[in-house]
Ligand binder design. Structure first.
Ligand code: SF4
Length: 226
């Protein structure tokens, strides 16, 4: 068990080094403090700069980096910014975002500021198409850097794009939704993207089941049934 933990810490340190933020991790030789995490996220954002590594930069208004508590226990990962997110530079602020906010605030009964939210790609794919594999894989190290810094207790992958690129799972969502996976020692719950719920409101019950599993994992009380 100790060996596994050591491997995970080394992997995490290596990821941070890619962004020139490994120094703080090595120096501390322990878990990052909240203030460090905030600084490290800011440093990572600066490293991304005005990124033009893939063609998604051509149509973007803003890079949508991520938002929330750098010390969050729960991290939500979506696929990429939509129109509203591109304009505002914040993830999940459009219609899907409102639904995700409801899940967090009305369902989990915590504030949106208590979780961390990010996407597989940081720039809006034109016409809200899915990111192409080359775009997602080019951008993925930024998300991996965010995960390494925040080091949440649980990740919630929202939808097929997040699942297939972060977890490398090619199966359709209806086969893997509601299951736990592992990303570098962090438990990952796969569930539907809020945009799927907007099109299929009946799937809300399944997502609520998944979210309750996440709540149990981090020790949040499950609200009684009405
Ligand atoms: S999607 Fe990611 S890799 Fe592509 S330009 Fe934007 S920040 Fe860079």
């Amino acid at each position: 068990m100790k060996e596994k933990l050591k491997e995970q810490l080394i992997l995490r340190a290596k990821l941070l080094e890619q962004f020139g933020v490994g120094y703080y991790f090595d120096r501390e030789k322990k878990e990052l403090k909240q203030s460090d995490k905030k600084q490290l996220l800011e440093r990572l954002r600066k490293k991304i700069g005005d990124c033009k590594l893939c063609e998604l930069h051509l149509n973007r208004t803003n890079i949508v980096f991520g938002t929330g508590d750098p010390n969050a226990k729960i991290m939500f990962v979506g696929e990429g910014p939509g129109e509203e997110e591109d304009i505002q530079g914040e993830p999940f602020v459009g219609k899907s975002g409102k639904l995700l906010t409801d899940i967090i605030t009305k369902g989990m009964r915590i504030s949106r500021e208590e979780v961390y939210i990010a996407n597989i790609v940081k720039c809006r794919p034109p016409g809200n198409r899915n990111p192409k594999p080359g775009e997602a894989l080019t951008c993925l190290p930024f998300l991996k850097g965010q995960i390494a810094i925040v080091s949440p207790e649980v990740i919630v992958c929202l939808g097929k794009v997040a699942v297939s690129f972060l977890l490398q799972r090619p199966e359709p969502m209806n086969m893997i939704r509601g299951k736990w996976f592992d990303y570098n020692g962090i438990p990952v719950m796969a569930t539907f993207h809020p945009s799927h719920l907007l099109r299929n409101p009946s799937a809300k019950a399944e997502v609520w089941k998944d979210i309750q599993e996440v709540m149990k994992k981090v020790g949040l009380p499950i609200p009684p049934k009405k």
